[in-house]
Write a protein that binds this ligand. Structure first.
Ligand SMILES: [Zn+2]
Length: 286
């Protein structure tokens, strides 16, 4: 009989190892601060100063990029404040780019204008952009206003002048996107109503995690369905701050989503991040 080779090295083996994918923290509404393994920092839809009083723009650690989903005030209010601190690039749709530069008084060359269904090979990550569709709940409920009936909501609520055009365009132009890190970790960001349309794009992209608008009418079942539909390992909410106003408990909600996933024998999970707290996503071996 042939002599077998030994399989075991005599030196100590490691018990566990981990490879960093992403650091992230949730701030408010659709604002997340993301940190890639190389330190590149991305801030999404910055709305902080007009929203919370226990966290400030000064506490952000960086903003090499600010990425806008759309230009309603609850998605872009702190663009200028953040840009003034870090002088990064503001990634937004071509249609709103000039007005973003003008209103926030940011040098035109710091605006990174993007189209829909395009791929951008930035030095630190790849960005794929997709069509988005703003939620039209008010129209369905018959309370939406015609352009001729609209007042300047940012002026009325925050006494900030000149944001009216961005508010108007915010309902028309919306961008979903997927970021792929240099380690091939893919994060999908999507908001609004066009979930099935976006999911069909994601069939090809195959993201690892999805930061998904928790539309207030979604049952835990629907949120679990969207998680499973895209095959992501984690679904995280954004624009869920309204749950606090209505007294809904998002922690309980996510438990229900996870129960449904478990019953379906899916290893995917929903996760409700505690605001302002950093989390690490990694691939581990143990
Ligand atoms: Zn909006």
């Amino acid at each position: 009989m042939e002599r077998k080779q030994k399989a075991v090295f005599p030196t100590p083996y490691k018990e566990r190892e981990e490879s960093e994918c992403l650091w992230f923290r949730y701030i408010y509404c659709q604002c997340y601060e993301l940190k890639l393994p190389d330190g590149t920092t991305i801030v999404t839809d910055p709305f902080i100063s007009g929203a919370v009083d226990d966290f400030t723009v000064d506490e952000l650690t960086g903003a090499d990029y600010i990425i806008l989903n759309h230009t309603h005030f609850d998605h872009d209010m702190d663009v200028r404040r953040i840009w003034d601190c870090f002088h990064g690039r503001v990634i937004c749709q071509k249609e709103v780019a000039m007005e973003v530069a003008r209103f926030f008084d940011i040098p035109y060359s710091s605006i990174y204008a993007v189209g829909e269904e395009c791929t951008y090979y930035l030095p630190e990550f790849t960005l794929q952009t997709f069509h988005g569709l703003h939620d039209n709940r008010k129209a369905r409920e018959g309370t939406d206003k015609r352009p001729s009936q609209q007042d300047d909501i940012t002026l009325r609520r925050f006494q900030i002048e000149g944001h009216h055009l961005l508010d108007q365009m915010g309902a028309v132009f919306m961008m979903n996107w997927v970021m792929t890190t240099r380690q091939n970790f893919k994060i999908a960001f999507n908001a609004g109503q066009d979930f099935e349309e976006h999911a069909r794009h994601l069939d090809l992209v195959k993201p690892n995690i999805m930061i998904r608008h928790r539309i207030r009418s979604y049952s835990p079942q629907e949120y679990a369905d969207q998680c499973e539909r895209t095959g992501v390992q984690y679904i995280l909410p954004w624009h869920h701050s309204n749950a606090l106003v209505t007294g809904e408990d998002l922690n309980e909600y996510m438990e229900q989503v996870n129960q449904i996933l478990e019953e379906r024998h899916s290893p995917a999970r929903a996760f409700n991040p505690e605001p302002y707290r950093w989390y690490k996503l990694y691939l581990g071996i143990e």
